[in-house]
Design a protein around this ligand. Structure first.
Ligand code: SF4
Ligand code: F3S
Length: 112
């Protein structure tokens, strides 16, 4: 089992999650984060910290696509453990449907 970052993180990227993870298993893309599924210890503390409700346990249904995306990009993007300020327009994207097709970026973020 692991926790998974899902679509609503895209362009919200609040980063509250990285501060609480005891094993530092978040990785940073240009406009979202992912969790490394082999490093996550399933503690669950990050889930309620995300203002966008964008972290779910993989025991919830229909998360296969997101689990695959987290696993793939955790190997490509830099590790991140230090919260930075969210983009000024992040709230405008909170809850917006279709963010993956419209905005997902494969580019890495800056990391720590
Ligand atoms: Fe880190 Fe725990 Fe969240 Fe996994 S569930 S990403 S170990 S805070
Ligand atoms: Fe994304 Fe939520 Fe973390 S929006 S960066 S999963 S706090």
């Amino acid at each position: 089992m692991t926790y998974v970052v899902i679509e609503n993180c895209i362009k919200c990227k609040y980063m509250d999650c990285v501060e609480v993870c005891p094993v530092d298993c978040f990785y940073e893309g240009e406009n979202m984060l992912v969790i490394h599924p082999d490093e996550c210890i399933d503690c669950g503390v990050c889930e309620p910290e995300c203002p966008a409700e964008a972290i779910k346990p993989d025991t919830e249904p229909d998360l296969e696509t997101w689990l695959g995306l987290n696993a793939e990009y955790a190997q490509l993007w830099p590790n991140v453990t230090i919260k930075r300020e969210a983009a000024p327009d992040s709230k405008e994207f909170d809850g917006r449907p279709g963010k993956f097709d419209a905005f997902f970026s494969k580019e890495p973020g800056q990391g720590d």
